[in-house]
Design a protein around this ligand. Sequence first.
Ligand code: DAH
Length: 341
Amino acid sequence: MKEQLAKIRSEALAAFASAPDSAALDALRVQYLGKKGELTGVLKMMGKLSAEERPAMGQLANEVRAALETAIEETSAKLAEAALEQQLKDEAVDVTIPGTEVKMGHKHPMYIALDEIKDIFVGMGFTVLDGPEVELAEYNFDRLNAEEGHPSRDWSDTFYFDEDSRVMLRSQTSPMQVRAMDTMELPIRIVAPGRVYRKDEVDATHSPMFHQVEGMVIDKGVTMADLKGTLNTVVEQLYGAGTKTRFRPHHFPFTEPSCEMDVQCHKCGGVGCPTCKGEGWIELLGAGMIHPKVLQMAGINTEIYSGWAFGIGLERTAMRRFKIADLRLIFENDIRFLEQF
Ligand code: DAH
């Protein structure tokens, strides 16, 4: 029996030492120390020993058991440590490996033009406003002095949501003038860019959805000279110093007097060419002094305050800025086109 115990001890210790992982070690624990294990098997035979032999053999068996248990504990700790190290190695991130390049998009040409416009106006102390595209006819027309029966209110021009023509897709950004007057303290300096909608057929210069930027100033003693001075400054910043403008009389229901502003053709310098259709000038925006009725409807005292406003087409501005010939290119989102800017 003594030899048997010694054999178990040396065999078990050797086996433990070469266990590849903790699962294997656990299997060995069962093999040697489990209920049906080899050591247990020997211990079961203790009964057959004489009373003199039993204590010494019992002590030896306990020693073997203790030795095996200690060995298992030590090996188990070593294996756990090795496993952790392996895991750390496996999961290590090499921060020096160059990353996979992500294909970045970039700003759409129209938004490049918009950002330029915004920067210019913000630099002059204007606030940029955002407003709803689903608008009340009250703001889009009534409060802008375009009464019932005004041609722009026609169903053939405007997208309405209801039979009574009260709710619509805004046909201009001008309702933002009214929203600003209703909510902001005077004096007011705002620009309001956004989408507008009209029942237009798609062609090289038309789309049922396009963008405008509205601008408005209301303060004491504001005159047409301020309007011209501001817009001339903006045009020089957009198209270069010395760019000439021309103001022509026009009519809008919400301004009096009203005008359209043309910019001298960048292609021919005013002589006349295909780009400006022989005119020498290109129409850029509508503007004017805010009609006293519009100010009064917002509760503004026209004895003290006056203001000007303008509305500029953003697609046209971008097309001129980047020499884009067809409006449809702006909305088609063809990467071959967009990548050029
Ligand atoms: N809302 C006008 C349009 O869509 C443009 C416009 C003209 C806006 C004169 C203005 C303005 O603020 O004063 O044609």
